[in-house]
Design a binder for this molecule. Structure first.
Ligand SMILES: Nc1ncnc2c1ncn2[C@@H]1O[C@H](COP(=O)(O)OP(=O)(O)OP(=O)(O)O)[C@@H](O)[C@H]1O
Ligand code: SF4
Ligand SMILES: [Mg+2]
Length: 373
């Protein structure tokens, strides 16, 4: 696994034990409940709805080619909620856009495969991708106004979404729209359906955008920081509603966020990105309680909730390097207190009991729960 023996842990014992915010309990996860590839052949441990393999998405920039996504592989099973986390610029959104076929020049998917239910999406024509987008895969963005049209009523926008992928009658469309609005917690949907976006609060607008994403009963929804701009109580309500939506519809969800606390409420499995690479993945509760990668550890320790009132927030030292000037070997090397000469080579992906990480010196600290107990 490691090219050299691990040095002693520089971070010491974990701080206070991990607490799931909003009183949430971890969703079921674990080796049997999800799909992490096992070493030696990229076999799936269960049927994946979405299978991403070796995805490389690059942008031509003035300073050269930037691999915003660099060799990313993961699966999402049917009905699973996967959280994709990482600092700003780590490649989360570009991963989402790549899956949706929304990478335009000067960007391109340079390598890899994205399969939805076994069908390859990379290389699909624009026309064929349009049939997938909105119907089989939908996306919710941070700013609902990037989805909503300011001059159309909610009803008109929902009708457009339904007509793009079928020919429902006006009565069917109204009934389906009202049902969809009710499901995302919009009170009095029979009245709100005739409102314009500016007549709704930010939280209501985001709920409408989520309702539109779910309208055509997609198999996969990618949510890119959908609650980041909302206040904490609305955020908590939407998270609860998302959980029940997923339970009721069996849709698969990729929830993108830089906020580990939010993701931990929803996702049964975490994917952690750094500089375009997936550096750790595994069941949420296990990753949070016993991170194997020093970067994941740094993200957890940086959470404001883990700092005592009045104390300075913990930070990961240094800054994310430019994508066009990454150090050779492990991209986290310049910020990692574990780094040794072994880290001058790219760390291979190590798989163990439904978890995976890329580090020559993985952490092996007792779980926070054990420390607490
Ligand atoms: N159109 C583009 N042209 C050039 N570089 C791009 C383009 N879009 C994204 N990038 C680069 O790709 C990298 C990953 O960007 P991405 O938007 O995926 O980050 P992110 O993890 O979603 O960050 P954030 O949390 O800030 O949303 C960044 O370095 C960004 O500058
Ligand atoms: S530099 Fe990279 S490979 Fe080396 S210990 Fe740190 S995270 Fe692991
Ligand atoms: Mg983003």
């Amino acid at each position: 696994m490691s090219a050299a023996g691990p040095p002693s842990p520089p971070h010491g014992r974990p701080k206070a034990g991990w607490q799931f915010p909003y009183g949430a309990r971890p969703l079921p996860g674990g080796a049997e409940a999800h799909a992490v590839r096992e070493a030696g052949g990229g076999q799936h441990t269960s049927e994946a709805l979405l299978a991403v393999r070796g995805l490389v998405t690059q942008f031509a920039t003035r300073d050269g080619l930037a691999s915003a996504v660099d060799g990313v592989s993961f699966d999402v099973a049917a009905g699973e909620i996967v959280g994709l986390v990482g600092e700003s610029g780590s490649g989360k959104s570009v991963t989402g856009y790549s899956i949706l076929g929304l990478i335009d020049p000067p960007g391109r998917i340079a390598a890899g495969s994205i399969k939805l239910d076994g069908r390859e999406l990379v290389g699909l024509s624009h026309r064929r991708y349009r049939a997938v987008r909105g119907r089989r895969i939908a996306m919710v963005f941070q700013d609902p106004m990037s989805t909503l049209n300011a001059v159309l009523t909610v009803s008109a926008q929902m009708q457009l979404a339904m007509r793009a992928h079928g020919r429902p009658s006006p009565d069917q469309m109204r009934r389906r729209s009202i049902e969809a609005l009710a499901k995302v917690g919009i009170p009095d949907p029979e009245r709100r359906i005739d409102a314009y976006p500016h007549e709704l609060s930010g939280g209501m607008r985001q709920r409408v955008a989520i309702a539109i994403a779910f309208l055509n009963q997609p198999e996969l929804v990618i949510c890119d920081e959908p609650t980041t701009a909302l206040d904490v109580s609305i955020q908590a309500q939407i998270l609860v509603e998302m959980r029940s939506l997923v339970r009721d519809t069996r849709v698969s969800l990729v929830w993108i966020s830089h906020d580990l606390a939010t993701v931990s409420v929803l996702a049964s499995r975490l994917l952690v990105m750094y500089a375009g690479r997936l550096i750790e993945q595994g069941p949420t509760a296990e990753v949070l309680r016993r991170p194997r990668h020093p970067y994941t550890r740094g993200l957890i320790d940086s959470l404001p909730s883990r700092t005592a009132p009045g104390r300075d927030l913990t930070q990961i030292p240094g800054a994310t390097p430019s994508l066009t000037a990454l150090p050779p070997g492990c991209a986290f090397k310049t910020r990692c207190s574990y780094a040794t000469s072994a880290c001058d080579e790219p760390p291979p992906e190590t798989f163990d009991s439904g978890r995976a990480w890329r580090c020559f010196h993985p952490l092996n600290l007792p779980s926070a729960a054990a420390v607490q107990g």
